[in-house]
Design a protein around this ligand. Structure first.
Ligand SMILES: N[C@@H](CCC(=O)N[C@@H](CS)C(=O)NCC(=O)O)C(=O)O
Length: 287
């Protein structure tokens, strides 16, 4: 029998990243009955900075996630940020029978496959689709905006690193994989370089570039799903992570019909009650 726990707090807002963690929490609860968790609904609006207690850049929240973004969880006071790191942490803590994840000890190669695909989602699909979204829906029609956006984002990410390095030689004290693989900065810095050095002076270029890259990434998913019901054969955290983004794919003008395997996979996941329960708990109640 798993021990009951109510010590998980999930800080979130229902974006592509924001429903992934509660989806896994609900999947775990459906199988094991635990963990119980509490949801704290956050604001991600810049206009709320300094005005709304639960804004993600609030001092109290930066102590939980130094990057000031959702999602984050605390477990008995221990904080975890970054969707994929949270998924791996929760899987390790609560998925004792490896229903949604692979064990690094019992199945090291399976675990490596899982990590490879999580990184693919985290470093590829997420950043690229996020930027595609931005250019399609929100960017005004001039290129300097794109340049500033990526430069400022890169600068902001380096400010987070700068703060973490206060009094430390390396990110976690001694040199390790956190220093070698630093998620977030790579994709943003890459795009900043691209816009500053190579992009012609017109915004459609930016939109086309990211939409094309997102389309390419989904073609990789499409191929991986050939002859498989889920990305690694059986349903698990890799499917949960990518599905979070796929829910919003049509918003950037890519119809699911372009990818028949992805569409069938999407429908299989969308039919799971825990997925909808996870989205529901991440969504603030209507006022
Ligand atoms: N790499 C992060 C991305 C998190 C992220 O981009 N969160 C967005 C919402 S989807 C956010 O909190 N934005 C608010 C802000 O940047 O102020 C993860 O996977 O957890």
């Amino acid at each position: 029998m798993a021990e009951p726990t109510t010590s998980i707090v999930h800080y979130t807002f229902p974006t592509a990243n924001g429903t992934v963690v509660s989806t896994l929490l609900e999947e775990l609860k459906a199988v094991y009955g635990v963990p119980e968790y509490k949801t704290v609904h956050m604001s991600i609006r810049d206009a709320d900075i300094g005005k709304v207690h639960n804004q993600v850049k609030s001092g109290w929240f930066l102590k939980i996630n130094p990057n000031g973004r959702i999602p984050a969880v605390t477990h008995d006071g221990f904080s975890v940020f970054e969707t994929s790191a949270i998924l791996l942490y929760l899987a390790q803590q609560f998925d004792k029978d490896s229903k949604f994840s692979r064990s690094a000890v019992a199945d090291p190669k399976g675990y490596s496959e899982e990590v490879q695909w999580l990184f693919f989602a985290h470093g590829g699909v997420g950043p690229m689709q996020g930027q595609a979204n931005h250019f399609n829906l929100y960017a005004p029609e001039k290129l300097p905006y794109a340049i500033n956006r990526y430069l400022n984002e890169t600068r902001r990410l380096y400010a987070v690193v700068e703060k973490q390095l206060e009094g430390r030689e390396f990110l976690l004290g001694t040199y390790g994989i956190a220093d070698i693989k630093h998620g977030g900065i790579g994709p943003m810095h890459g795009q900043a370089g691209h816009f500053v050095l190579y992009a012609p002076e017109k915004i459609p270029y930016g939109a086309d570039r990211y939409v094309a890259e997102t389309r390419r990434l989904y073609a990789v998913v499409e191929k991986q799903l050939e002859g498989r019901e889920f990305l690694l054969g059986t349903y698990g955290i890799v499917d949960i992570k990518i599905f979070g983004w796929t829910r919003f794919l049509e918003r950037v003008g890519i119809p699911l019909e372009e990818f028949p395997n992805v569409k069938a996979w999407y429908e299989r996941i969308n039919a799971r009650p825990a997925v909808h329960a996870g989205i529901a708990t991440a969504t603030p109640p209507a006022n």
